[in-house]
Design a protein around this ligand. Structure first.
Ligand SMILES: CC(C)(COP(=O)(O)OP(=O)(O)OC[C@H]1O[C@@H](n2cnc3c(N)ncnc32)[C@H](O)[C@@H]1OP(=O)(O)O)[C@@H](O)C(=O)NCCC(=O)NCCS
Length: 163
């Protein structure tokens, strides 16, 4: 299956995949990403809408790779959800995918680019990332119920005195 490959990287600032493409995305993650198994499609749409850039990799009209970043544009950015379809791994596409995210202006101008990985430290080290055990903490968030929001905002307002 190597001869007729035509690999293309696409960079999206405001990606709005059609239904067929969106299904390909869900299948790609089902196949390659243990951490994304129980994600709902409507939540994926929220993540996509709030990520910039998104980079997709295509073989003709087959979606074979994906990565996204979030960034404040100057201080910090984080790369998320890097995958290459298993049929295409080990051919340099993952490296090019991450480098394409890193080259995007929303990412390449920030001081530090973070990512979280369970098993792929060696892959990211090849690209230039370093282990960073000292600064990372995590909160397993419970979404704030809408019913509590007005009260939370109100009490926050009453304690705001400027800074
Ligand atoms: C991780 C992943 C994106 C890598 O993509 P890939 O296309 O196979 O990687 P590449 O071929 O571009 O490899 C780039 C370099 O990293 C090395 N590398 C890749 N995976 C590696 C691994 N698991 N261990 C050690 N080195 C690895 C390659 O040998 C290559 O080295 P080189 O620059 O000396 O040639 C891909 O394997 C994947 O999608 N895995 C499943 C999903 C996943 O785990 N994503 C990461 C979540 S944080």
């Amino acid at each position: 299956m190597t001869e007729d490959r035509q690999i293309q990287f696409r960079v999206h600032a405001d990606w709005q995949p059609d239904a067929a493409t969106f299904n390909q995305l869900l299948e790609l993650f089902e196949q390659t990403a243990f951490w994304a198994k129980n994600r709902r499609s409507e939540d994926w749409r929220i993540a996509i809408a709030n990520s910039k850039p998104i980079v997709t990799v295509w073989d003709h009209d087959r979606l074979i790779g994906f990565a996204r970043a979030t960034s404040d544009g100057i201080f910090r950015a984080t790369i998320w959800d890097v995958v290459i379809h298993s049929d295409y791994q080990g051919a340099g596409l993952g490296r090019k995918l991450v480098e394409t995210v890193l080259m995007h202006p929303h990412v390449n101008s920030v001081e530090r680019v973070y990512l979280m990985t369970t098993h792929q430290q060696k892959f990211y080290e090849r690209i230039g990332f370093q282990p960073n055990s000292t600064t990372t903490m995590v909160l397993h968030n419970q979404p704030i119920s809408q019913a509590h929001l007005p009260m939370a905002i109100e009490s926050h307002r009453s304690t705001l005195k400027g800074c």
